[in-house]
Design a protein around this ligand. Sequence first.
Ligand code: TRP
Length: 334
Amino acid sequence: MEKEKKILYSGMQATGTLTLGNYLGALKNWVGLCDEYECFYGVMDLHSLTVRQNPTEFRQNARKLYALYVAAGLDPEKNCVYYQSHVSAHAELGWILDCFTYMGELNRMTQFKDKAAKHADNINAGLYTYPVLMAADILLYQADVVPVGVDQKQHLEITRDIAERFNNLYGEVFTIPEPYIGKAGAKIMSLQEPTKKMSKSDENVNATIMLLDDRDTIIRKFKRAVTDSDTEVRYGEDKPGISNLMDIYACVTGKTHDEITAEFAGKGYGDFKLAVGEAVADELAPLQKRYEELIKDKAYIEHCIKENDDKARYFATKTLRKVQKKVGLTELIR
Ligand code: TRP
């Protein structure tokens, strides 16, 4: 690894297909970061096990996520795009860090409380220690920066706390990661309830644009998007539906809110919604085409997975061995 580059780590869970929100809020902004950072992006399949998965669908979804990363522009020659479960050091460091994390800290995690409420029939220990595995992900690669959304901020905080606690006991083992503050990824809201985040698990299919939705579906969903009884394309807290559409349009066209307001002055919401739908469909078309090619090219994808798994394993194992030694586990006999 080139020493002068800082290290960046991120990933997404391997459940379901990605939404436009995942793309505009995260993935699209990751593309190009490899010029400045040594980037690692995981398919976080171990984290997905915290909710019950259908094995066949799960395996397909993980592969789909891998192909979407690459199709979106994460060049696997320049970014280490790999499977979390293929690098056993994640689980091993996760266990060690469990022993350096207090229940009191985990009890404060708002995502655990939300998920426990949502999956009341399956509040498993993995759901509880989820943030510790996430800390292991980040710390194994000595990441300097982690791009995360607001919902993951608390998990990055606990990662820093665990790392600092460990370093205080054993010396400078872990790099303390910072949140990556870059070009702000937009927070995309539901098209049906624009005060709620766009979510892949929304029961209302019209609320969410899936990355692999076809052109007609995308345009239809935007036509049905909830707005307000006004007619003005203007950004404001009193207009959550229109503001969300303006954010989306701004993200894909690069226009400012003022430019958008000017562009649609005197036109109705219908014209605006159609324009947003078409712009999004145009933006996603090349990604979808690349995805279709990739998902059929098993040999290429598997080559990329293998190369990057090996690379990830090399760096992760280095940190794990150091940690094992520090805590006093007996070294492997060779
Ligand atoms: N918890 C993250 C999410 O749901 C996914 C994730 C797992 C992650 N490990 C990570 C993100 C490490 C950044 C760094 O979005």
